[in-house]
Design a protein around this ligand. Sequence first.
Ligand code: DGL
Length: 270
Amino acid sequence: MAVGIFDSGLGGLTVRDAVHARLPDLALVYLGDNAHAPYGVRDAGDIHDLTTASVARLFEAGCDLVILACNTASAAALRRMQEGWVPADKRVLGVFVPLIEALTERQWGDNSPPREVAVKNVALFATPATVASRAFQRELAFRAIGVDVEAQACGGVVDAIEEGDMILAEALVRSHVDALKRKMPHPQAAVLGCTHYPLLEDVFRDALGPDVAVYSQPRLVADSLADYLTRHPGMRGADGEATFLTTGDPARVSTRATQFLRREIRFQGV
Ligand code: DGL
């Protein structure tokens, strides 16, 4: 038994690494659906079907708890999955809520009514499917009032990262930040709402400038998972080997992952 971490591709490795740093004894099984990435240009039905297929594989691999380390799946599929698909003895959690709890200065799991918060202007950078779902705004509205969110659909960035073309990815990030600033010249906070984007966090920070607080998910998700496991120790599973699975070509995916994380990662095919 282990905790499963799922993403459409390589981005969830940023979350996986932060979870491992925070909870080094926790056994983690990572699954990247690289054969079908990117998800961000697909429709919600397609994202739901692909996500459930991958999460089912993680259940089969012995995971009772799966983290969707993918905003696109969290935005487009998670609610539908939780309403009718996830078996009673399993749990699937997304990555939006920890981020929003941090943005709205809440304790993990605080379900009190929405209230005014310090931050008023938020820039959201995410995939086209996440932006179209408006899931971020919906989750935010449960917790905060009076926050203006300007969303920028960052087309092309995930494809460029999955292809290992970081020069193109950087150019696209800069142009998406420019486009956002034309709509909201002075955001107080910026949310990197795609788990691929922490790989370009320095570029986002540079393009946004020093006055913008950047919220990046990996550490926030790791902290919230640590809190969840303290409250639900049965979901933790036994200690075990770290495993990396992919629906794509294991050799190619291993090379890219090694390049991004600057240490050797070996994926196995599913
Ligand atoms: N890393 C993902 C996310 O957080 C998915 C990107 C994609 O496949 O388009 O949204």
